[in-house]
Design a protein around this ligand. Sequence first.
Ligand SMILES: Cc1ncc(COP(=O)(O)O)c(C=O)c1O
Length: 287
Amino acid sequence: MDNDPLVYLNGKYLPVSQAHVSVLDRGFIYGDGVYELVPIYGREPFRLPHHLARLQRSLDGIRLANPHTNAQWESIIRELVARQPFDDQGVYFQVTRGAAKRDHSFPKGVPPTVFMMSNPLPLPSREQVDNGVAVVTADDNRWHRCDLKTISLLGNVLMRQLATDEGAAETVMFRDGFLTEASASNVLVVIGGTIVVPPKDNHILPGITYDATMEFAREAGIPLEVRAVSKAEALAADEMWLSSSTKEVLAITTVDGKPFGNGKPGPVFRRMWSVFQTMKPKVRQTA
Ligand SMILES: Cc1ncc(COP(=O)(O)O)c(C=O)c1O
């Protein structure tokens, strides 16, 4: 891979080695910004309008004006995608409250910083799809606005490291005895043939893949229920999955070092994964 890939910073496309941001940028000082990650299949963004709607929601949540219209965002994304040497990409972009003298209060009249980069889309390997992945569990100690996709990710970073320390892929979290999500994925369970997902509230990120999975499940006639899932129920569920833009849907087959279920991806997962693979290009063509 190109070791000096082209990125976008405040209106310019330039090699990452030449992309510089002030040390006073509030993204650096406070983690004061929001971000998105859009998967690109065959150079076509997947569910871009959904990602841009979530970006707007995150910006509204932190009281930062959107620097671009959706049409402008789309053209910046398409330009950056066109300039990469690979077809399947993960476009990451963030907007921060800009560079200003350090002071907690919002600065006045300061332009936001807009940064975008695109990397090859790191989809799960065939081995991970066939055998599932390991997770660890932890109490969710993050703040109460997990519905905003902010760049202040220290809580999530510390959670993910618990998994990495154990050689696992993710950390599944529970708050007050109920399932929330994982450090960078949503979590779905299957109980008696029904997919059960926690509701979109302030304790989970409204995942675009979570929504896509539910839509695809409805279209495929797989029973689905949105409700709070207790820790006891989750740990006794027939299947547990992760969903995210880079994982699509991925079965969990080990929890805290012990096999989950029979230690193999379950039948509902296998069906859902196939449905996801067939629906993905269909959605892409009609988007
Ligand atoms: C905390 C968290 N939850 C859920 C998700 C899944 O969201 P999406 O499906 O939009 O990628 C992510 C994605 O990065 C995340 O960081």
